[in-house]
Design a protein. Structure first.
Length: 141
């Protein structure tokens, strides 16, 4: 008898990023990382910027970056509705580093027109993208 799986859909405004079966899903919920297995209790949670990891029934892992959003869990299905989503391998490291540096400089300057919440959100997204890239490198080594 095959091991149970859970269907996973990861979508953003740009379209569907992933659809398939998984043995386990890990996501950056607003209150901390959660692990979702088949037959998980229903759950609705907000997501913060970070990585969503989808473990296939064979044990391979796919890594995605989400810029925030929401996740709905049903016993046989996980739906990730992301503000932005990318396959980890598609993250532009140079752009993420530049965005991080711009946000850090804006926070240092603290000009009158500074929208601190916006700058902090941009910084959080850049840092999360860089963490996803770092983890992806570790998986390859």
């Amino acid at each position: 008898m095959p091991a149970p799986t859970i269907h996973v859909d990861i979508v953003s405004a740009e379209g569907e990023i992933f659809a398939g079966e998984a043995a386990m899903v890990f996501a950056p919920a607003s209150q901390g990382e959660v692990g979702i297995a088949p037959r998980h209790a229903p759950l609705l949670t907000l997501l913060k910027p970070g990585e969503v990891r989808v473990q296939s029934p064979g044990g391979e892992e796919q890594v995605f970056y989400v810029g925030g959003g929401a996740m709905e869990v049903q016993p046989k299905k996980v739906s990730v509705l992301a503000d932005t989503a990318l396959r980890a391998k598609d993250i532009d490291e140079a752009a993420a580093l530049a965005a991080k540096q711009r946000a850090e400089e804006a926070l240092k300057d603290r000009g009158a027109e500074l929208d601190e919440a916006k700058v902090l959100a941009e910084l959080a997204q850049a840092v999360a993208q860089l963490k996803v890239l770092e983890r992806l490198r570790k998986l390859r080594d």
